[in-house]
Design a protein around this ligand. Structure first.
Ligand code: FMN
Length: 204
């Protein structure tokens, strides 16, 4: 049975993004072994002076860390192990300020690790997660499917590019414009659910 990691950041009560995650889980739970990473409860460590330098020294410099230093990196390292263990990944998040919520970006910064999920080559970075596939579920208040906002969507392109850097191929199901089109909320979510169902059927 394939393993699936569901990474979600849906802190708002009545979150519409959570409705999409719940639909995925309901549809897929008997077909795959699911591990959940709720970023609102299990928040990655931001890369600050101490852990950033330990990470750089270890992953780029080949420096062996002692147990105490290794422990400082252990929370984010555990997220890398979780990702490497999964065949399929669902990342669900609202758009915040045209980009990813900081907590979701912190997860990206935690799991993109040199020597673990990508490696540097003379031709640039090469992903080490070949064969893994991801589904990005995202909602927004305004319609980012058309200009002038379309070219200001730094959320899904960023997530797709970061997953791609690790060698993970990505599909997106988005409901962009839930506040702009209040009458269309249910139909937009229904369309996403159809897409989620199709991806789930393809995956498992
Ligand atoms: C802090 C914050 C920032 C947001 N920034 C944007 C934005 O830049 N563009 C947009 O269209 N919607 C923005 N929104 C609206 C949310 O993306 C939208 O309501 C989304 O559907 C919320 O998802 P949820 O129901 O899962 O909480 C923002 C909402 C919050 C709370």
């Amino acid at each position: 049975m394939k393993k699936t990691l569901v990474v979600s950041y849906t802190p708002r009560e009545q979150s519409n993004t959570k409705k999409l995650v719940d639909f995925f889980v309901e549809h897929a739970q008997n077909k795959t072994e699911i591990t959940f990473l709720d970023l609102t409860k299990d928040t990655p460590d931001l890369l600050l002076e101490k852990n950033l330098n330990l990470y750089v020294n270890r992953n780029f410099g080949g420096v062996a860390l002692n147990d105490e230093e290794q422990k400082i990196l252990s929370k984010n390292d555990k997220m890398v192990v979780q990702l490497l263990d999964a065949d399929r990944i669902v990342v669900a998040s609202p758009m915040y300020n045209m980009s990813l919520p900081a907590t979701v970006k912190a997860w990206v910064d935690a799991v993109i690790q040199a020597g673990k999920t990508f490696e540097q080559t003379e031709n640039g970075p090469r992903g080490l997660c070949d064969g893994k596939q991801a589904l990005v579920l995202m909602t927004s208040g305004s319609d980012f499917t058309i200009e002038p906002l379309k070219s200001m969507n730094f959320a899904t392109p960023l997530l797709n590019a970061c997953l791609g850097l690790m060698g993970i191929t990505t599909e997106n199901s988005t409901a962009f414009g839930l506040q702009q089109y209040p009458d269309k909320v249910e139909s937009m979510l229904a369309m996403c659910k159809e897409e989620i169902k199709a991806v789930s059927e393809k995956w498992y």
